[in-house]
Ligand binder design. Structure first.
Ligand code: SF4
Length: 349
């Protein structure tokens, strides 16, 4: 969360108090200068900075006014009066803020912070599915671009996916685009999931009892975690408590002690009596939790990183605020339809 410091020296000191042992002093001194400038210009411009849980520790603990997962940040984006909104996250998140705030300037501090899930499906793919399964409600994960959201009935996040799926009085739902999240939600809600292939699109198998129709999108980070990773870590640290994001495979989720959104994972670690944790998610989050809970030990599988989230730096955040870069735009006809899907999700508590 944003620092309260009003001078450069106070900024450095507040950062050192939070991040000692996590960020080396030489880097802290350099980053404190950037943080001081960002917080100063943010105040002058009446801006708000939203920061995803995957941001690197010096940024995460120093400049965002709100931190959280996609759901928490979407809610904040819907409520804020501040302008501009700087989104320290990836492009689909900044688009979400723009969809909810058409009259405000939304800035993404990286040229191209994409997402393998968002890139896995197009609006035309959704239109084809709707043609194949007419009348079946379509749920899309928030990790999609605005034109895909515009084709769907409702959005969901990993934090509310099961609730959203259960909100439909329908035996069959289309759930896009994360194959693993769909399978995990199918397990949780006692549904069965099938995946249309190139052969079955437009030519569904007769008599098949569809309940959940998925898509073959995957998160390039979470798909890499394996059950063997968990077994290796448990062999070395038998006391470890394992938390997996639901974008991991169902096998990894089943081998873990807990599965939930990034915000829920943070809460579970904070409230747990265990002292050692393995997080099956982006590695930066472990450092962010350690900074707030110095008594908890995190085991990180840090060779697996999100190349998109890691594009957001303090340097680019400062540049975004100073030069109004990079402005996110969504065509109005798409925005209106995408907002319907987001509003329906935000109504579900
Ligand atoms: S961690 Fe996965 S889902 Fe999140 S932005 Fe990176 S690629 Fe996309």
């Amino acid at each position: 969360m944003a620092l309260q410091a009003t001078t450069l020296e106070e900024t450095y000191q507040e950062m050192a108090d939070k991040l000692e042992g996590i960020v080396p002093d030489i880097e802290l001194r350099y980053k404190a200068e950037l943080v001081y400038e960002i917080n100063k210009i943010k105040k002058e411009r009446g801006a708000i900075i939203l920061g995803h849980n995957y941001m690197e520790p010096a940024l995460y603990h120093s400049v965002p006014d709100v931190v959280g997962d996609s759901l928490a940040l979407s809610r904040k984006a819907a409520e804020t009066d501040c302008d501009p909104i700087v989104f320290c996250g990836v492009r689909f998140m900044a688009e979400t803020a723009k969809i909810l705030n058409p009259d405000k300037t939304v800035l993404l501090p990286a040229k191209e912070a994409g997402c393998s899930l968002a890139a896995s499906i197009t609006a035309e793919d959704v239109r084809n599915l709707k043609q194949q399964f007419p009348g079946v409600p379509v749920i899309t994960y928030i990790n999609t671009y605005a034109d895909v959201k515009a084709e769907c009935d409702i959005c969901c996040t990993s934090g509310n996916a099961a609730k959203v799926a259960e909100s439909f009085d329908s035996d069959t739902i289309i759930f896009l685009p994360d194959e693993y999240l769909a399978a995990n939600i199918a397990d949780e809600t006692d549904k069965k999931v099938i995946f249309p292939t190139l052969e079955t699109i437009g030519n569904p198998k007769p008599g098949l009892d569809y309940q959940m129709i998925g898509w073959h999108g995957r998160c390039e980070v979470h798909e890499q975690f394996t059950v063997q990773d968990i077994e290796n870590v448990r062999a070395q640290f038998p006391d470890v408590f394992v938390l997996a994001h639901p974008e991991c495979s169902p096998e990894v989720v089943a081998a873990s002690d807990y599965s939930g959104s990034t915000s829920r994972m943070i809460d579970v670690v904070r409230e747990s009596e265990n002292s050692r944790f393995l997080l099956m998610t982006e590695c930066s989050m472990g450092d962010n939790i350690t900074a707030e809970n110095p008594d908890k030990k995190m085991v990180g599988l840090c060779s697996i990183r999100c190349p998109h989230m890691n594009q957001i730096t303090l340097e680019d955040t400062l540049n975004a605020l100073q030069n109004n870069e990079r402005i996110i735009e969504v065509p109005e006809d798409i925005r209106i339809r995408a907002k319907r899907s987001l509003d329906r999700m935000l109504e579900i508590r």
